[in-house]
Design a protein around this ligand. Structure first.
Ligand code: HEC
Length: 151
């Protein structure tokens, strides 16, 4: 009897954890199509050019250039999904910690990338991703990763 209670309890805990996870699911998250031309304008207006160049795109020189710049786009081993890029923009520290263990994360500095969430409109966010995403090309077909498409 006691064992059965424990098993039931364990099952409930597992189920509850499962439920919580699914409530955070972004599977059904869809944004409308963005406009890459407006995305480029937003990229300049939001001062992304201070730290980033974009492969194959001519951009004005930054007004306050950062010490280090990071090129967005170009040849990469792993293409960035829509979700990757949205997260990089609205939650920069999260993308930084993606592949690291908790210990490594603690050791790492905070990302220098500022949050623009208070300044950016949702439309700008959508357009930014439409502008940036096509700039990434796969390094080698061997690295191809199949991302599941919508349901
Ligand atoms: C002060 C410098 C700085 C500014 C300004 C900045 N970024 Fe970044 N960004 C970074 C750094 C550094 C990284 C590398 C990862 C990290 O540290 O978060 C990064 C990473 C990214 C990535 C992920 C790149 C990849 O290949 O995975 C995207 C996308 C991005 N930034 C977009 C933007 C956009 C859009 C803006 C403007 C709204 C912006 N950034 C403004 C510094 C900056």
């Amino acid at each position: 009897m006691k064992t059965r209670c424990l098993v039931t309890l364990a099952l409930l805990v597992v189920l509850a954890a499962g439920c919580q996870k699914s409530l955070k699911s972004t599977r059904t998250f869809r944004l409308p199509d963005g406009d890459p031309i407006r995305g480029k304008a937003a990229f300049i207006a939001l001062k992304c050019v201070n730290c980033h160049t974009v492969d194959g795109v001519e951009l004005p020189k930054p007004t306050e250039p950062a010490e280090k710049t990071l090129a967005l786009g170009g040849k990469v081993a792993r293409l960035r999904t829509y979700g990757d890029l949205l997260t990089s923009i609205v939650h920069p520290a999260a993308s930084l910690s993606d592949a690291l263990t908790l210990q490594q994360q603690k050791k790492m500095e905070k990302t220098p990338m500022p949050s623009v969430n208070d300044m950016m409109t949702v439309k700008e966010l959508i357009d930014l991703v439409a502008f940036i995403q096509p700039r990434y090309v796969r390094l080698d077909p061997l690295y191809e990763i199949d991302y599941p498409t919508g349901p």
